[in-house]
Write a protein that binds this ligand. Sequence first.
Ligand code: SF4
Length: 301
Amino acid sequence: MAFLFESFEGWKNYCTENKKSVVQAVLDYEQEQKGRTEAQIWEGLGKAWVVMKDAVKAGLEEDMTSRSGMINNGAKKVYRYPLPVLSKEFQNLISRALAAKEVNSCMGRIVAAPTAGASGIMPGVLVTIQEIHNVDDKKILEAMLLAAGIALIMEQKASSAGAVGGCQAETGTASAMGAGAIVYCLGGDIDQILNGVAITVQCMLGLVCDPVAGLVEIPCVVRNASAAAIANSSAQIALANVSSVIPVDEVIEAMGEIGSSMETRYKETALGGLAATKTGQAIAKRVLIRDIEIMPDENVS
Ligand code: SF4
């Protein structure tokens, strides 16, 4: 029977006892639990990878102005800015994460990995790691499958939805998926992969979900960029075998505990945090009035 992804320790033990790779364990799960053939799984991953790359490209080349006007081609501005803060690679990483997420905010096609709100993180991370390290597509698809395994456990032990666990659950899960994927692509072992997940989540704990006007735009888009950066810093730390000290399962349990004790106004209700600021409230009012004005007459009464 396939491993059911209840814990990271269980994942590691399953692989050790059954002499299977971390990726094979996810493949077994997908085949057994979803009834898909191995060929269908790789085909689906291949399609998702194309959509991710297309989203990055569209966000960097096409007009990305959201209906609210809060998103206005930020990714392109970052990508083209002549002074990289650290390196051109870092600038590309955050531009790409912004780009794919802007596509989502402008109602374009993305891969929810694990959610639409966090859809810029995996594309930003994967496109950049492939470019810098010449990672082949097969390895990228394997890393996506591995990342799916990470998300499965985080969803079961805590949550991957902002409405349930705050933004730590949403962008935090995507960032952990990204860190695991990077470590895997660069040849890390299972301990390093899990350590990368743990370190990432330690950096994201407590982050609230407070989208302005209830739109997944501000602060969502910039959080995709910072989460992509954290995925890379955590992968760098984990590859060097610097320990997270708190085991990964306990870190995820802490995330779940923080999520359950978080007040409702910080869970995608647009009642707290940035959404509750004076400017946030004014934007919400403006967006609401505009929506009422463009409603067809028959729907207004
Ligand atoms: S703030 Fe909320 S809606 Fe925005 S990315 Fe985070 S969890 Fe998603």
